[in-house]
Design a protein around this ligand. Structure first.
Ligand code: ASP
Length: 350
């Protein structure tokens, strides 16, 4: 479906500039790229005026490389959206690509009952470079943030990532390439829109919050969670050490294929014992595509029987931020396990 906008009403969009390559310039002494201010960025996109939107901005001070992004920054972005929610039709977050999928996933959980577009974008080449992808990404994101459906409601009512030719659901996205302009992909969910000569929305894939309740922002993320990436040769000593990490409440366990892990007694005993101590273990696949089917093999079945929760086809980025969000609400382990098995905002297919 083509983009439509309210007749005679200029869309109001707030740009939240956090940093990332899109706004970086080269340090003359070191040759490394460093974040730079928003005025420099916007001066490089004079075409923006042709959109005839009301565009305002908020910027991180200082703007950051997204490798320095933390839950405190996610909170700042969420607060900026909350404080300006009624004033704007949509939000465009400019962000580095490295941790963009984590931020998109985190915001999808933190912004409960979201009914407006939050479009996250960035670029592989700085906006000041001749072949930059940043200009197009920014302009397309603004158009998507302003797009309405046939009922005059925002076309996108969720957190999404726009990069080059596609719009992806934020909590389904992963950074796939450090070089390509099409840097992101959602391996287990179709694109929300395809960008070519026009912006073509895939309306059946768009998320709609079932209730009309007002936006509710959750600010607290509990960081007492961790990833464990399984590999042949993981020793009992190392596994025990990991599972006894002080203060850890949840582990996103990346297993083989459809959710398989060794059936050695020491291995399943260690997992079962950690679960009995109250540690929540979520099983996600190491594969880029597909999900957990724990009963397909004995190796998956024995892992599941040790008390591990299935992450179905959730991405690692969504899995770890969902755990932070659920523990951040102060929920006990049993409730965290329960909500991990539900799709809260379109992050997995059950
Ligand atoms: N290191 C940069 C960042 O994530 C990479 C990028 O923006 O593409 O901020």
């Amino acid at each position: 479906m083509a983009v439509s906008e309210k007749v005679n009403v200029r869309p109001r969009i707030l740009i939240i500039y956090t940093g990332g390559t899109i706004g970086m310039i080269e340090n003359a002494e070191t040759g490394s790229l460093e974040p730079f201010d928003f005025t420099h960025l916007i001066d490089n996109v004079p075409k923006i005026k042709k959109l005839d939107y009301v565009i305002n901005n908020i910027q991180f001070n200082p703007p950051i490389d997204s490798s320095n992004m933390s839950p405190a920054h996610w909170r700042d972005i969420a607060i900026a959206i909350e404080e300006n929610y009624d004033e704007y039709d949509g939000f465009v977050v400019l962000h580095g690509t490295d941790t963009m999928a984590f931020t998109a996933s985190a915001l999808s959980f933190m912004l409960e009952n979201l009914h407006k577009p939050v479009i996250i974008t960035g670029s592989q080449l700085p906006i000041g470079e001749v072949r930059t992808d940043g200009e197009e990404n920014l302009i397309t994101s603004l158009q998507i943030a302003a797009a309405l459906d046939a009922q005059g409601e925002p076309m996108v009512q969720e957190v999404a990532i726009l990069f080059e030719n596609y719009l992806w659901r934020g909590n389904r996205s992963t950074k796939m390439s450090a070089d390509n302009f099409n840097a992101f992909k959602s391996n287990n969910y179709p694109p929300l829109a395809k960008i070519g000569l026009g912006i073509h929305f895939n309306e059946e894939s768009l998320y709609r919050v079932p209730s009309k309740r007002p936006l509710k922002v959750r600010y607290t993320m509990d960081t007492n969670v961790m990833f464990v990436d399984l590999y042949p040769g993981m020793s009992e000593k190392i596994l025990q050490h990991i599972l006894n990490t002080p203060d850890v409440k949840g582990v996103v366990f990346k297993t083989y294929g459809a959710g398989n892990a060794p059936t050695d007694k020491w291995f399943t005993d260690a997992i079962r014992e950690a679960v009995e101590r109250g540690i929540v273990i979520l099983n996600v696949t190491q594969c880029v595509n597909g999900g957990i089917h724990s009963t397909r093999y004995v190796t998956g079945d024995s892992f599941a029987r040790a008390g591990v929760v299935s992450g179905h086809d959730i991405t690692s980025e969504a899995a770890i931020t969902k755990m932070m969000y659920l523990f951040g609400m102060g929920l006990p382990a049993e409730s965290v396990k329960k909500y991990l098995s539900y799709s809260l905002c379109g992050e997995m297919t059950i």
